[in-house]
Ligand binder design. Structure first.
Ligand code: MCA
Ligand code: AMP
Length: 491
């Protein structure tokens, strides 16, 4: 099945129905129908084709949430072009890696982010592109792809400190959309408030795909602003919201009466990308009158497991496998473990990516006999609920954004006077975890200078909250740093 066939249920089947509200340049809300979105993306597809794009070419974007991302996503699907989303918080070296690896034919961005792109990258200003496309005729062009046609190359921070591109196909996005629409009961009557960034699969793979597959209405916000979020809920009266735990912690600041009123018109709050603390789920239920539905996924697999829409949403668990997704819990040798035994989650299904872009070694290491090794550690209860207990790698998730210590440790080691560095995640009530650095150095670390040096090189969520000096890093006999022992050491 081509993704366009699925989208056409909305783009053509609901042509005259209002589809999307965005903030217009004049500050007023602008409403577009599915038919208008179809025509806009036809025009953009025509422009891309005229500029030489054909099936399999990569088109990168580094943009805050705006209509242009919807246009370019649909245009790319229509042409079989592969979209490469780039986090707007990324700095020069992070962007240079993606551009060097994905080799996009062009990248669409704003003047603000253009300076962070490497020399030689072909950059197109988003406003110029939109203006030029608007002058072209609509009507479908291009080759509609199939289930195996790559649709996106989404970079995930690699354990080695080097991000790898997960090749997500049209079939992956379609399977994920259909699983979520059926599991979460999403219909054309829903109103989805979208504040997750569209450069990650939570916003792009779940939000945008569920919207297009169900033909519901979407209100797109440029980004989540916690001071304004409650006003958005009141103004738009959504029935559906997808967020990371940090957003739910922020929403708990809502005065009780306003929270109840928002809850009264909502149908479903979904949380994912990081663990939702049981206390947050309980406090939210108390305040908004809704039990948040927690689910689990990853960039490489889109969504795997979800608490049920109807039935018990069990705090601290991520629920049961989604339709068409098989989940097994296995031991380090790859053998399935007995029920109630902790092991690594392996998944298989039409949601799992085709592999890593130009990384046969990494692909071979991640897959075995069609199963994908998630690296997440968990346990399944007698009645099938899965609880995540940790990760095989030392991934840190801060506010729903992922970082691997190794990348930051390498940058710290390049700073003068630092002899050894270890970065670990520390619990934080708002962000879930924040990175902190333990340093062996010649003189007391200058936190401000280190902060500034790192901030110029990596996204702000990767910069350690604190720099703590230690005499030595605790190591095993084999020299591996024992990160769990670090917290007691700082002086
Ligand atoms: C955060 N910042 C941003 C954005 N988000 N800047 C521009 N655009 C954004 N979208 C920056 C702020 O400028 C600030 O930078 C810092 O982050 C904290 O911002 P603040 O407003 O204080 O944020 P908050 O209220 O704490 O909320 C943060 C957040 C953000 C909005 C919840 O963490 C977020 O959008 N998280 C979602 C990430 C996500 O979509 N993950 C899914 C990955 P400074 O520090 O310089 O001042 S996909 C995944 O994990 C799998 C597949 C899955 O299961 O979903
Ligand atoms: P990413 O690399 O951005 O795709 O992040 C995927 C990772 O986020 C998964 O491998 C999990 O470790 C984590 N994750 C996603 N959803 C949840 C959840 N509900 N609870 C705990 N961890 C989660």
């Amino acid at each position: 099945m081509s993704l366009l066939d699925l989208y056409d249920l909305s783009l053509r089947g609901r042509r005259d129905t209002p589809a999307l509200d965005v903030d217009g340049p004049d500050g007023r809300v602008r409403t577009l129908t599915f038919g208008e979105l179809d025509a806009r993306s036809d025009r953009l597809a025509r422009l891309l084709a005229a500029r030489g794009f054909t099936q399999g070419d990569r088109l990168a974007f580094c943009l805050p949430n705006r209509l242009a991302i919807i246009d370019l996503w649909l245009a790319a699907v229509k042409l079989g072009v592969i979209v490469v989303p780039i986090n707007v918080l990324y700095k020069g070296r992070e962007i240079a890696h993606i551009i060097g690896d994905a080799e996009p034919k062009a990248s669409i961005t704003t003047a603000e982010h253009a300076a962070d792109f490497p020399e030689g990258a072909t950059l197109w200003d988003v406003d110029d592109v939109e203006r030029e496309a608007a002058a072209l005729p609509d009507g479908r062009i291009g080759a509609r792809g199939g289930a195996d046609t790559p649709a996106a190359l989404v970079y995930t921070s690699g354990t080695t400190g080097v991000a790898k591109g997960a090749v997500l196909t049209q079939g992956n996005f379609a399977a994920n959309a259909l699983a979520l629409v059926s599991a979460w009961g999403i219909t054309s009557s829903d109103r989805y408030l979208a504040a997750l960034p569209l450069f990650h699969v939570h916003g792009l793979g779940n939000g945008v795909q569920s919207w297009l597959a169900s033909g519901c209405h979407m209100r797109l916000k440029e980004r989540f602003h916690h001071e304004q979020a409650l006003d958005w809920f009141e103004a738009y009266r959504p029935t559906l919201f997808f967020g990371v735990p940090t957003m739910y912690v922020r929403l708990l600041d809502a005065p009780p009466a306003r929270a109840r009123a928002v809850g009264a018109t909502m149908r479903l709050f979904v949380s994912g990308s990081a663990p939702l603390p049981a206390q947050t789920l309980e406090a939210f239920a108390e305040r908004f009158g809704h039990v948040i539905l927690e689910r689990y996924g990853m960039t490489e697999t889109l969504m795997n497991v979800s608490n049920p829409l109807v039935g018990e949403r069990r705090a601290g668990t991520v629920g049961l496998p989604l339709p068409l997704v098989a989940v097994e819990i296995r031991d380090p040798e790859g053998a399935p473990v007995a029920e109630g035994t902790v092991g690594e989650l392996w998944v298989r299904g039409p949601n799992v990516c085709a592999g890593y872009w130009r990384r046969p070694d990494a692909t071979a290491a991640a897959f075995r006999d069609g199963w994908f090794r998630t690296g997440d550690i968990g346990v399944r209860s007698a009645d099938g609920y899965i609880t995540l207990e940790g990760r095989r790698s030392d991934l840190i998730i801060s506010g729903g954004f992922n970082l691997y210590p190794r990348e930051i440790e390498e940058l710290l080691l390049a700073q003068p006077g630092i002899r050894e560095a270890a970065v670990v995640g520390e619990p934080d009530p708002l962000k879930g975890e924040v990175p902190v650095a333990y340093l062996v150095c010649d003189v007391a670390p200058d936190a401000r200078a280190l902060d500034a040096a790192l901030r110029s090189q990596v996204a702000s969520f990767k910069v350690p909250r604190e720099f703590r000096r230690v005499e030595a890093l605790p190591r095993t006999a084999l020299g591996k740093v024992q990160k769990h022992l670090l917290a007691g050491l700082a002086r």
